[in-house]
Design a protein. Structure first.
Lengths: 150, 150
């Protein structure tokens, strides 16, 4: 089948023939109310994938780290992100760069969904979740401890 | 210097410490009223770059093709794109995929700027512009001929 060169937005933040996916394949309590749409997959010689994630009000992504980097642009709503030991306030078109092996977590506000584009390289390692010792170390910083959800 | 993990939007479609660049280094009549901002460069292990282009009302990008693909999301305004022999109407969050060696050109409307994200692989070939013979072939299709600006 010839690949389509134009993918219309059919309603806000949904696209023609782009499936709405679960954020992660496994179930778990380490994330809450997140969906994923792969806007451009890695099969197209772009070297990278562009995904759209949406976190419902009150939800959060997994607290994790990995060797590959994330390049993020917020396109819907507001929220906050932990990157390393820093907590960033995010609004429309904020950019976030997640360096290699850096703990990170995104949270929507309680009132609004947080939607963002996330660019990753095609070939990438699996995310790691914190061990008990790493969690204790993260929680040693009070503001980080108050932010994270696991 | 430690790389910043959060780049705020300082005003609509401008970001902290992200320079506003000329669309192309050379001058020319083959494009009109286009700017470029590199949001995430290729030096960060992402395998790809994410750039933001903005075409002023009435402006257009270069009619060109190249071996690397473009993955595009519109984030501002409206416009149209030629991809191969197809002309697509573009609005907020439209996605456009430019396959390898496919002629393409973006145009803003006369009333509104057209702003879009464009993902490209880090290592990529230089764009080609059409020869006189290729232009004649493109113009053999009346709707393409009416669209293109060279």
């Amino acid at each position: 089948m010839k690949r389509k060169t134009h993918i219309r937005q059919t309603e806000p933040f949904r696209w023609e023939n782009v499936p709405l996916l679960a954020y992660k394949e496994e179930d778990g309590t380490h994330f809450k109310s997140v969906t994923r749409q792969v806007l451009f997959g890695g099969g197209e010689q772009a070297g990278a994938e562009l995904r759209y994630f949406e976190i419902a009000p009150g939800g959060h992504s997994t607290l994790e780290r990995h060797g590959h980097v994330h390049c993020v642009m917020v396109v819907r709503g507001r929220g906050r992100a932990l990157v390393g030991r820093e907590i960033h306030e995010l609004g429309q078109h904020s950019l976030v760069y997640i360096p290699p092996l850096t703990w990170h977590q995104f949270r929507a506000t309680d009132e609004e969904a947080l939607g963002f584009l996330c660019l990753v390289r095609r070939d990438r390692d699996r995310p790691q979740r914190p061990t008990a010792g790493e969690l204790a170390s993260l929680r040693a910083d009070a503001s980080v401890g108050a932010f994270i959800r696991v």
